[in-house]
Ligand binder design. Structure first.
Ligand SMILES: [Zn+2]
Length: 396
């Protein structure tokens, strides 16, 4: 290998494997099967079989594989295969080419989070090289970036096939710090249905858009209540549950009273709060305050709420044994609670002790010219090497 002052450290051994993963365009709206097939073939070449769980259209899949005895509580190394779009972003390099420049690897997913997947895959021969007292599971999901909706099927399949819960490390980019929590997120679509009419006769119709506006005002009241009265958790920023409306569709012309209105909104909850109780409160408001007015004019009027995604928060106590344990292996300290969501809460809900810890910085993710430094890749490699050493030594 050529050495120069700029690259005195060795090229990360997992670099080529990560670059291979970056070449698959796995934007969430597309199929991830080309990548999944590649990973499955790679593992098969090492003698490891994979379990796939597909989405309804069979266009996407999760991949689950175990090295060691899956009946023993093990260590899940978890990551998502999908990435956010590059649409409208000004990239100076090809986002799908795995460009290397100045000890950095560029590409969509370089930080979030194909480097973690590549590091784990490159370490599989080492996992096979020593008998593991604690099994290591690879859990690679689809559709994380659109609300963590893919991983649930894999977790159910793990439960059905008798995988014992152990610990779960979600390798989202935390610069190798151990992150113990993030808020839960319940995303919903409201469907408001009234009755249309010529706008000159508006009082004889039911304006879905205007009733939607009343629901949105109620959401703002609920937000003020949460900000003033809590529940509070100072580990989170902001330290209370947040509510937000992001998209609204209604109306086609000013002289038509709109019959339909839909809008998308979310609750992001601190651990002391319950998004489903908040939704019940909103439904009670609709049933008691709005629907009687609407149905007096148009009995067919309806207000419905459709769940788009329901991702529980991750809430691991700072004093939980897993936090010390992973901090010792990752050697980069603690990262507290974070603002971004992850799949860790779903593993926790399924009985796993879970933390988030992985290479790269979330500050470099989702942006044009997303990158990860070689230094972070090397730290991720050292972390996984220590995880394997520990798994070879003792039971989880
Ligand atoms: Zn991610």
């Amino acid at each position: 290998m050529q050495t120069s002052p700029a690259s005195h450290d060795a090229t990360p051994r997992s670099l080529e494997l990560i670059r291979q993963l970056l070449r698959f365009d796995t934007t969430s709206r597309r199929s991830n099967l080309a990548l999944i097939d590649w990973v499955r073939d790679y593992l098969r070449s090492l003698g490891i079989s994979s379990r796939l769980t597909h989405d309804d259209d069979k266009a996407k899949a999760n991949l689950f594989a175990t090295i060691g005895n899956s009946r023993l509580p093990g260590i899940v190394l978890s990551g998502h295969t999908d990435v956010v779009p590059v649409d409208g972003q000004a990239w100076s390099v090809d986002p799908w080419a795995g460009v290397v420049k100045d000890e950095r690897l560029f590409g969509r997913g370089a930080a979030d989070m194909k480097s973690f997947l590549g590091i784990v895959l490159a370490a599989v021969p080492d996992m096979l090289g020593k008998p593991l007292a604690t099994p290591i599971h690879l859990a690679f999901s689809y559709d994380e970036e659109v609300g963590c909706i893919g991983v649930g099927r894999m977790i159910r399949d793990m439960q059905d096939s008798g995988v014992a819960p152990g610990i779960c490390i979600v390798g989202e980019p935390t610069s190798m710090k151990v992150v113990t929590g993030h808020k839960g997120k319940l995303a919903l679509r409201a469907h408001v249905c009234g009755r249309e009419a010529h706008s000159a006769l508006a009082p004889y119709a039911v304006n879905a858009l205007e009733y939607a506006a009343e629901i949105i005002v109620e959401l703002r009241r609920m937000q003020r209540d949460a900000a003033q009265n809590g529940p509070f958790n100072r580990e989170y920023d902001p330290p209370y549950t947040t509510l937000h409306v992001g998209v609204l569709h209604a109306g086609s012309a000013l002289n038509i009273v709109p019959r339909e209105c839909t809008f998308d909104f979310e609750f992001r909850t601190v651990p002391q709060d319950d998004a489903h109780r908040l939704l019940e409160r909103l439904q009670t408001y609709c049933t008691d305050a709005l629907l009687p007015q609407m149905q007096r004019i148009a009995p067919e009027s309806r207000i419905g709420f459709e769940t788009k995604s329901d991702n529980p928060g991750l809430h691991t106590e700072e004093r939980a044994p897993i936090v010390d344990r992973i901090e010792l292996l990752a050697k980069a300290g603690r990262g507290g609670k974070v603002g971004f969501a992850s799949e860790a809460g779903q593993f926790q809900r399924a009985g796993f002790d879970a933390v988030i810890c992985g290479p790269g910085s979330i500050a470099d993710a989702h942006k044009p010219d997303e990158f990860i430094t070689f230094e972070q890749i090397r730290k991720g490699e050292a972390f996984i090497a220590r995880v394997i050493d520990e798994a070879a030594r003792e039971r989880s």
